[in-house]
Design a protein around this ligand. Structure first.
Ligand code: DX5
Ligand code: ZN
Length: 220
């Protein structure tokens, strides 16, 4: 059965002084992507469970939480308590990846595992059959608005073939010019920050994304 194609607006590019208004503009998206950065794993700092809790109270969207943090095992409960629907950790910092997957599942939420552009897909082997989603970074994590790394495309295909039922999310530099390529490579969930919030009408941009995705699926 064909997978559902999902658009995931990333609030990293929203205006945090008007966050509820900005989230309302992207509710026609499928899931809401929340980037948690700790200033250690990545050279940038964003927010933690208190803000996720506020976001939870303002939207019914599925909250897709991307943990770009060291020691993720310490924060699983706070983020699920705050209302996350999915927690994605980075394989590069997981000391006990299988234990971490179990810890997240025990909280009753979906589990994702992510990898940086230069991290080989083989590193996912211990957990790929256990997770709901693999998040393939198509830029070096840490900042919005970077250019898509074309060289990651074969890895997307490798992961999608390795386990056809796993959700494959792409994150970084996704927009009108890169969407078709990641669809054809095998991704089904598309994170976009600047390409959605950087446009005057984010809802219209989401519609345009859907058209591009539909066309790319037809020409697969
Ligand atoms: C970057 C984050 C992304 C970011 C993508 O490290 O993980 O989710 O919001 O931003 P764009 O879509 O602008 O590349
Ligand atoms: Zn992200």
């Amino acid at each position: 059965m064909a997978k559902k194609m999902r658009i995931a607006p990333s609030v990293l590019s929203a205006n945090f002084a008007h966050l509820a208004d900005d989230i309302a503009k992207v509710e026609s998206g499928d899931i809401l992507h929340l980037d948690v950065m700790d200033g250690h794993y990545v050279p940038n700092i964003t927010f933690g469970p208190p803000l996720v809790k506020c976001i939870r109270s303002t939207t019914k969207m599925f909250l897709d939480v991307h943990l770009m943090i060291d020691n993720p095992e310490q924060y699983i409960e706070p983020f699920t308590q705050a209302g996350a629907d999915n927690l994605t950790f980075h394989i590069e910092v997981a000391r006990d990846p299988v234990g971490l997957v179990r810890q997240i599942r025990d909280q009753g939420v979906q589990v994702g595992v992510s990898l940086d552009p230069e991290t080989p897909a083989e590193l996912l082997e211990p957990v790929i059959d256990l997770v709901d989603m693999v998040l393939v970074m198509t830029v070096k994590p840490g900042f919005g608005g970077q250019s898509f790394k074309e060289e990651v495309l074969p890895k997307i295909t490798q992961i999608a073939r390795r386990r056809p039922e796993v959700l494959v999310e792409v994150d970084g530099g996704i927009g009108e010019n890169t969407l078709a390529r990641v669809v054809k490579a095998g991704a089904d969930t598309f994170v976009a920050g600047s390409a959605i919030f950087g446009t005057p009408d984010p809802a219209a941009t989401i519609l345009k994304f859907r058209e591009i995705i539909k066309l790319a699926v037809c020409h697969e």
